[in-house]
Write a protein of this length. Structure first.
Length: 306
């Protein structure tokens, strides 16, 4: 004898129930949510869940009384509301140097996200290493598999408050000099070029910060062993322009842009083939923050939930 089935969906308060009628004594009530999610513990309430705690799967709604309210488990520090999971699958503390030593501090400021390193370890790096670390930090694989590689040395436009917020953060957390590469590069030839941001930030911000010396440095200042009037030396400088970046520097009281060695705590100790590697600073990266909802688990409509 053929059997018949009838499914009736009863929706109430965002959740529903499915009755399965088999025509016999095995009728069962299946309880399910219209949009079930896994919620994770969010102790600091910043919208990002603790990766060290298991979530509550297939829940109809968040459990605010027990702090299971986040739809992701990506928080770098669930005890600090200012440190989130905005870096995605890579937290600032994971950017250790080759020896494994870490002294990174992540801060969210001014609508942009920065991470910077200071202190004795891992120590100053040259601009090539700084660029590579920032690129690594900015390459974030989202859950849906889309890569977001917006990381780079920090830039500041006149219309945002990111620089001021960063300065306050550094002044509160760093003792003494702070020297970090930022996204100011030399644009043009060594004879008629100028300093500009690597992105579309307003270049007027460069002058508004001010110069550490009496006037803006020139490309040859990064190559103290070379004579820019010598054609061969000039070509070496020209070839090295892609690695020249200015540093944002403070002595704890005033801020300026200049050569990394303008800070008293950093000195060039040995000559190398390219002066661009002589001048070392710490790393300061920037990337645009993704939205926490980018990390929500998506459900395929019509999937079998029974």
């Amino acid at each position: 004898m053929s059997r018949w089935n009838l499914t009736l969906l009863l929706a109430a308060g965002g959740c529903g129930a499915t009755w399965g009628f088999g025509g016999e004594a095995n009728d069962v009530l299946y309880t399910q949510c219209a949009e079930p999610k896994t919620y994770y513990f969010d102790g600091d309430g910043d919208g990002w869940g603790d990766p060290d705690q298991p979530g509550v799967a297939d829940a109809c709604e968040p459990d605010a009384s027990n702090f299971f309210t986040a739809t992701n488990a990506k928080d770098c520090d669930d005890g600090d509301v200012d440190v989130t999971g905005l870096v995605g699958s890579l937290c600032p503390a994971q950017l250790a140097d080759a020896s494994g030593e870490i002294s990174y501090v992540g801060k969210v400021t001014g609508g942009n996200e920065f991470t910077y390193v200071y202190g004795a370890a891992p120590g100053p790096v040259d601009v090539r290493d700084a660029e590579e670390r920032c690129a690594q930090w900015g390459a974030t694989e989202l859950i849906d598999g889309v890569w977001n590689s917006t990381g780079g040395l920090a830039t500041f436009g006149l219309g945002d408050s990111a620089l001021e917020d960063l300065q306050k953060s550094v002044e509160a957390n760093v003792e003494g000099d702070f020297v970090a590469f930022v996204g100011v590069e030399w644009s043009g030839s060594i004879l008629d070029g100028a300093w500009s941001w690597t992105d579309d930030s307003d270049d007027a911000r460069i002058d508004s910060i001010g110069w550490c010396a009496d006037e803006a440095p020139l490309p040859e200042d990064f190559f103290p062993g070379l004579n820019p009037n010598d054609p061969d030396h000039a070509q070496i400088i020209e070839d090295g322009l892609e690695w020249i970046r200015l540093a944002l520097i403070t002595n704890g009281e005033t801020w300026c842009l200049g050569l990394p060695t303008d800070a008293s705590s950093l000195d060039s100790t040995s000559a190398t083939s390219t002066g661009a590697e002589l001048d070392v600073a710490h790393v300061m990266c920037e990337r645009l923050p993704p939205n926490p909802t980018d990390y929500e688990v998506s459900y395929v409509e019509g999937a079998d939930d029974s």
